[in-house]
Design a protein. Structure first.
Length: 437
């Protein structure tokens, strides 16, 4: 089984190494230093492929693993091994952090779930896994196996399916804990009543046996030839004994048989009425289910229409978002790169100019401390003056040209939506103006 422990470390905490041979005093000192700086908030243990009956290569394949945090959902991480990907979602860190900060509520509970996002069957193994949170690509996980195949999984859709499955399982468990309905209770009571009533043939079998025995013991009864006025005491006693035997062995069992038959007929009548009521209830339930099914089909059609509309809207939004991404042409890109190269060259030239300026300053200081006189003729002075005027005109022309080029560059960059630091060109312009002055 694989296990993932989630903990919280305070800001600036240092993980200190622990040694088995440290003394008791050192151990107490280190424990006191580390007390309260960290805490385990959750431990997740989930099933992994059994490696007890596999070879060494398979065992090594299933023991290597890594954890990848989800770039979109901060409460989700992915446990990746060579045999698959297990997604773990928990609010333990946020909940404990809020409680430690005094912002938590007492009725909040930690909710943690772990479910299999991807499984790879042997002998193939995962070689690489990447999780994307890009707005264009979506919230997907891309995996590559050792057999060269690649698979992309929509994490959001898989998480929705997992939550729906968990909710359905929860509803089934809640229904199992609900009390039994009155109709079901009545049907169970009727079934128990039917099972408690013995069969009719078992009840009437002893009675019919008694009646048969009584009839067999009486023999054939025929009319006598003795007239009533000639009856003697023995004749009357015989008649009374025959009457008593007939009432005891035949009449009384027949009355008992009649009473049992009447009671059983009444019981069957009650059962018939109860079953007819149950059949009527079933008909009503079937009708209710039919109405609900029709309503569900209508909602399904509306949901499918809404899903189609949402899909079209999502595609339109994605297309519009892609159109809004700023783009430049290849020529503009090359011009922008050329400007960057000019900027780098200007910065390098600025360094050389600064060096030359320092050297010139040193030479000027040296010349100031040791003044010297130069003899220049009038013609040379005239030539130098004309040369300086010509260089000044060239510098002014170059300055105007550079200003025009700078304005065109800013206009192109503004149209392309590119903001660049033109400090290099500004420095060059200032240097040109300084030289012109």
């Amino acid at each position: 089984q694989a296990r993932v422990d989630i903990g919280i470390l305070s800001s600036g905490a240092t993980i200190l190494p622990r040694f088995e041979f440290e003394s008791e005093a050192d151990a107490d000192c280190v424990d006191e230093m580390l007390e309260g700086v960290a805490a385990f908030v959750e431990a997740i243990q989930f099933e992994s492929p059994d490696v007890s009956q596999t070879d060494d290569s398979t065992k090594a394949r299933t023991t290597r693993c890594t954890l990848i945090p989800d770039p979109v959902d901060g409460s989700t991480l992915h446990h990746v091994s060579n045999s698959g990907v297990v997604t773990v979602t928990t609010n333990a860190v946020d909940l404990v952090g809020r409680k430690m900060g005094g912002n938590g509520h007492g009725d909040e509970e930690i909710s943690t779930s772990a479910w299999s996002l991807l499984e790879v069957s042997a002998p193939a193994a995962l070689e690489g896994v990447g999780v994307s949170g890009d707005a264009h690509l979506g919230h997907i996980l891309v995996a590559r196996s050792s057999d060269g195949s690649m698979e992309a999984i929509n994490i959001t859709a898989a998480q929705y399916l997992q939550e729906a499955s968990k909710l359905a399982s929860k509803n089934v468990a809640e229904r199992a804990l609900l009390p039994v309905s009155s109709a079901q209770t009545e049907s169970d009571e009727a079934l128990k009543a039917m099972e408690s009533v013995p069969p009719l043939h078992e009840l009437i079998a002893p009675i019919t046996q008694d009646i048969s025995s009584g009839l067999a013991g009486m023999g054939k009864i025929v009319g006598g030839a003795t007239r009533p006025q000639d009856a003697t005491t023995g004749t009357v006693a015989t008649v009374l004994d025959t009457k008593a035997s007939c009432e005891k062995e035949i009449i009384l069992p027949l009355k008992q048989l009649h009473r049992l038959s009447t009671a059983r007929r009444q019981l069957l009548q009650d059962m018939y009425e109860s079953q007819m009521n149950q059949i009527e209830q079933l008909r009503n339930m079937v009708e209710t289910l039919r109405v609900r099914m029709d309503a569900t089909n209508d909602k399904k059609a509306v949901a499918e229409a809404n899903a189609t509309a949402l899909s079209q809207r999502s595609a339109a939004v994605l297309s519009a978002a892609r159109d809004l991404v700023p783009t430049i042409t290849e020529a503009e890109h090359e011009y922008y790169m050329q400007l960057k190269r000019y900027d780098a060259s200007s910065k390098k030239w600025q360094g050389h100019i600064d060096t030359m300026k320092k050297r010139a300053d040193k030479l000027c200081d040296t010349a100031g401390s040791n003044p010297c006189a130069l003899e220049i003729s009038a013609d040379d002075m005239t030539h130098m003056t004309e040369l300086l005027k010509g260089q000044g005109n060239q510098l002014k022309f170059s300055t105007r040209k550079f200003d025009k080029l700078d304005r065109e560059t800013k206009r192109i960059m503004k149209a392309a939506g590119v903001n660049d630091d033109s400090r290099g060109e500004g420095n060059g312009k200032e240097n040109v103006q300084g030289q012109s002055q």
